[in-house]
Design a protein around this ligand. Structure first.
Ligand SMILES: Cc1cc2nc3c(=O)[nH]c(=O)nc-3n(C[C@H](O)[C@H](O)[C@H](O)COP(=O)(O)OP(=O)(O)OC[C@H]3O[C@@H](n4cnc5c(N)ncnc54)[C@H](O)[C@@H]3O)c2cc1C
Length: 380
């Protein structure tokens, strides 16, 4: 059996482990963290098809969504819920954008329907605030970001234990191991242990230090920092995830001519490059965001003005007060500067780096991994 060493146990590295096991590789998987702390546990958990660019990106997103569904059938603790989303239009100019989006040839493939406020409330009765219309996307879904990585690792370990014979361990995870040497055929971790493999796949997220710097060289990727919050449980179910009209400015699917006629964003939203997204956790808490910061060095603190704006926007859509905020955090992802789905390169013979999916990594990860495995080929 061919052996693959995977460095990085965020969602990209972990989905590569899933895809590699499915393709028949023995996998050794390493991460510097004992427990997940990276972008992959700081996100909304949105499997977000609605905003993807037409063409290849939409194709990959739809493939990824279907893989998420398959994987969730095997590892139900990832908590995949095909809830869909509503993007709420509160301005006539935003409605005009949605009308043009509905006229696009791929609207049906995305599962889009343009709803009036009464229809929105039939789909999601918790949206009792101000709105002129809502774009319902039936292909959007959600997973539990803090449950996904442990659930997938436990599934991989259990599946390997069943398959293993004669002392082979076909999936081994080593947490708390920073990899500081990467080369063809092996990597060395901070404990001094060398892990050998036929192929090495490095999925470092936004990390750019040490050996990762050499692998990235002058790769067209940049780090982006976001600010997020979580409330105490809402006492009712959000039957869909929710986005506001500012999200139309961020996602390529909404790049229609009417976009140019949107009025300027609120100053705080423009300054912090904001949109409102809300996803509800399985326990009822609301994950709310976000901001985007592109200039380094990033502040280590969260800031109050964006938080107040997000709260006001959410309240205007829900038509009620948000529960108290119980957690605040920032997260950093790596984003490709070109139109690529991700930055995937074989940097040396048998050494691959995969990063840069930007704000789409949770969504696209199973399909990104599947594509890497197809490029690497079957184990010897
Ligand atoms: C706030 C926020 C909200 C988001 N919301 C969404 C969303 O709702 N939907 C969506 O699709 N995407 C979302 N994203 C984007 C998504 O979270 C990322 O694209 C994705 O998590 C990136 O996964 P990754 O595995 O590449 O990186 P990471 O999650 O950063 O994982 C990289 C891992 O590599 C390890 N590592 C790095 N260097 C080394 C080394 N030398 N040795 C050992 N281990 C190493 C790190 O410890 C880390 O565990 C969001 C991102 C953020 C920050």
């Amino acid at each position: 059996m061919g052996r693959m060493v995977i460095v990085g146990a965020g969602i990209i590295g972990t989905m590569h482990a899933v895809a590699a096991r499915r393709a028949g590789w023995e996998v050794v998987h390493l991460d510097r963290d004992l427990e997940p702390r990276s972008a992959s546990v700081r996100n909304f958990g949105l499997v977000w098809v609605s905003g993807r660019a037409e063409g290849d990106e939409l194709r990959v997103a739809l493939r990824a969504r279907s893989l998420w569904e398959e994987i969730a059938a095997e590892a139900p603790s990832v908590c995949f819920r095909p809830d869909g989303s509503i993007t709420v239009a509160q301005l006539p100019e935003e409605v005009a954008v949605l009308e043009q989006v509905m006229a696009r040839p791929d609207a049906a493939e995305r599962g889009f329907r343009l709803l009036d406020p009464d229809e929105v409330r039939i789909v999601n009765p918790a949206l009792r605030g101000e709105m002129l219309a809502g774009l319902h996307c039936r292909t959007d879904a959600v997973v539990e970001p803090r449950a996904v990585l442990p659930a997938l690792r436990a599934w991989l370990a259990a599946e390997a234990a069943e398959a293993d014979t004669g002392g082979t361990r076909s999936y081994t995870f080593h947490g708390g191991r920073t990899v500081h040497e990467i080369g063809p055929g092996s990597v060395v971790d901070g404990a001094g242990e060398r892990h050998r493999g036929d192929v090495v796949v490095v999925c470092p997220g936004a990390e750019r230090q040490g050996p990762i710097a050499e692998l990235l060289d002058d790769a067209p990727v940049r780090p982006v920092q976001l600010q997020m919050l979580q409330t105490a449980p809402l006492d009712e179910r959000l039957t869909t995830s929710v986005a506001d009209g500012d999200s139309l400015r961020y996602y390529p699917a909404f790049a229609v001519p009417a976009l140019a006629a949107l009025p300027p964003q609120a100053p705080v939203a423009a300054e912090h490059h904001m949109q409102l997204l809300i996803s509800q956790r399985a326990d009822g808490q609301l994950t709310v965001g976000d901001t985007h910061t592109y200039e380094e060095p990033f502040d280590f603190a969260t800031s109050g003005a964006p938080e107040a704006h997000l709260r006001a926007r959410a309240q205007s859509i829900l038509g009620r007060a948000l529960p108290p905020i119980v957690r605040r955090w920032t997260g950093v992802y790596s984003q490709c500067l070109d139109q690529s789905i991700c930055h995937r390169r074989q940097v040396e013979l048998g050494v691959w780096i995969v990063t840069g999916p930007g704000g789409r990594g949770m969504t696209l990860s199973p399909a990104i991994a599947e594509e890497t495995l197809a490029q690497i080929g079957a184990p010897a």
